[in-house]
Design a protein around this ligand. Sequence first.
Ligand code: ZN
Length: 430
Amino acid sequence: MSTSVRFDRGHTDDLMSFLAASPSPYHAVANAAARLEKAGFRQVVETDAWDGEAGGKYVLRGGALIAWYVPEGATPATPFRIVGAHTDSPNLRVKPIPDTGARGWRQIAVEIYGGTLLNTWLDRDLGLSGRVTLRDGSHRLVNVDRPLLRVPQLAVHLDRSVNADGLKLDKQRHMTPIWGLGEVQEGGLISFVEEEAGLNAGEVRGWDLMVHSVEPPAYLGRDQELVAGPRMDNLLSVHAGTAALAAASAQDGLSCIPVLAAFDHEENGSQSDTGADGPLLGTVLERSVFARGGSYEDRARAFAGTVCLSSDTGHAVHPNYTERHEPGHHPMPNGGPILKVNVNQRYATDGGGRAVFADACERAGVPWQTFVSNNSMPCGTTIGPITAARHGITTVDIGVAILSMHSARELCGAEDPHLLAAALTAFLEG
Ligand code: ZN
């Protein structure tokens, strides 16, 4: 990486606003949908009958979004090109009976969502976001984006060996945020949320609420060549995929149907109606084939010709822990998107997939790198192998190399987001 790297600051600025405005998966899909609407896409509802007309469409379900663009002249057997990503990030989520406390402190009971780096949530100013479900069954987004909560770390004077022995955090005892002083009030948090959302008392019937750092993303480094911010894993890919789908849909003469599949619940295994291990993607693609007059044979032909790039973050080489990485493979920030390989199918990439990715990067004029784990380290996984196994779709795992994965504040190269978007655009154009 050279410090003379010229990056598309417009794209990175837009990513930073997207991250800041998307504290929950529900906000992320609403913001992606708003960008797609600007590009001419229209929402279709799962309970309606679908038509097979050309154009851009999307389905929203909870924290998931599937969007696709049917070009003029597409046949029922036209294959799809899919960018896959996930909208969820590890964090702290509000328990069913949230109001708790001790010794005059008001606190909020939380569950730990996904593989959270617990220490990174300590001593941060935290807001509260997500969605509430009202009596009529409709949902309302909620975002209290100001300092409201804090998980205070124990002072060093009361934990003398913490630096030598390491910080040990018990998920139940040590991660309960404070949100003020006073008597614990049953129903206090939800009344507060109703007030914040401008709702009448008692209108909220259900909630999916979570905690986020209110510190906005920022450029970092001597030449501002890095970006620090929350939820890059994996809103960086959701944002790049949204931009790529909008760009691809503006091209004439597409020979495939470009798709963005942004799933929820990747961080805890993808098994839900909005996760990659559910039927959502397959159902949407099938309905698109059938709406264009296709048969089961056409569906099988379309799926057999389909390729998915599963885009997620990967590990850049950590300068303080170089021994944890594979010595011959060292992805760096601003080195371009990474191809992720694991022969045991923690990643779905094979040699054929490598060729597809290399071709897209070459056409986009984008450099790229490869990631493989050190054999002594366990390898993470993504929605890639799940998509491949569930739908029989050829899948390639790729992404962007970051530091501090699963921290409340991660770090990436300032240029990589737009390099990824350019590669995804070339891929979606077929
Ligand atoms: Zn991820």
